[in-house]
Design a protein around this ligand. Structure first.
Ligand code: NDP
Length: 226
């Protein structure tokens, strides 16, 4: 039976992935900055849902959470992320906000992956999926939300490196764009519902093998440009 760890399961795409993974009968470790106790979410009281409480930028807390988990993890989804500060144009940058964006979107996925590596290594089919964004693609010359774009471009590079180094250890690592999704981040006018995005990401996770490692996928399984 599959065991999955998803960061940021208190709302948005992460919450929907947790719900759908539970519906598949999987064991779910869901991380949040606070205990997930929203009764509408119907996950907090599920017997196969386990809360892990940490801020993804607190590396000591991440390592402590990893120590508290004894079972192997088959799938890690680095989902938690932020859009970044209000002022994030190249000509008017909130640098503290930029640094915070990098800490959450770029450094944290690596720190979480490192902390849970021993758990992944005990799985027969270990996979790491990092929720990046099409906005990080270097093939677009857009300059709005540059802290966010840079953090996602950077996490793609970090995860590509992780894919290379973990391939000999049998661990597949990919990055993905979840679509433009109707969440707090995506807004009400976005293209797709969290249900659709989450289903696509879990489908990708289920089908992922070492053959696909190092790639940048769309939520529907298509390959994306860097
Ligand atoms: P939401 O804003 O709805 O949810 C973000 C999640 O990340 C929340 O659970 C939030 O927890 C968590 N989070 C943020 N910062 C931290 C932190 N420091 N420590 C722990 N958890 C944290 O966003 P989405 O669900 O829309 O986005 C999920 C992922 O998808 C992100 O990586 C985002 O960049 C990416 N994405 C989303 C798109 C969209 O259209 N929605 C498009 C492209 C990419 P808390 O409630 O505590 O803040």
């Amino acid at each position: 039976m599959t065991t999955i760890l998803i960061t940021g399961t208190n709302r948005g795409i992460g919450l929907e992935m947790a719900k759908q993974a539970l519906a598949k009968g999987w064991t779910v470790y869901g991380s949040a900055r606070d205990v997930v106790n929203d009764p509408d979410a119907h996950i907090c009281s599920h017997p196969k849902f386990h809360d892990l409480v940490f801020d993804v930028t607190d590396h000591a807390a991440v390592r402590a959470a990893a120590k508290s988990v004894s079972e192997p993890i088959d799938i890690l989804i680095n989902n938690a992320g932020i859009i970044g500060p209000e002022r994030q144009s190249v000509l008017d940058m909130d640098f503290d906000g930029f640094a915070r964006t990098l800490a959450v979107n770029t450094l944290a996925p690596l720190a979480v992956s490192q902390a849970f590596l021993p758990h992944l290594e005990r799985s027969s089919s270990p996979r790491i999926l990092t929720v990046s964004s099409w906005m990080g693609s270097l093939s677009h010359a857009k300059s709005d939300r540059i802290a966010y774009r840079a953090s996602k471009a950077a996490v793609n590079k970090v995860m590509q490196g992780l894919a290379t180094d973990l391939q000999p250890r049998g661990i597949a690592v990919v990055m993905l764009h979840p679509g433009w999704v109707r969440t707090d981040m995506g807004g009400a006018g976005a293209d797709i519902a969290p249900e659709q995005s989450a289903a696509g990401i879990l489908r990708l996770a289920e089908g992922l093998t070492l053959e696909g490692t190092g790639r940048f996928y769309n939520w529907d399984g298509a390959l994306l440009d860097w």
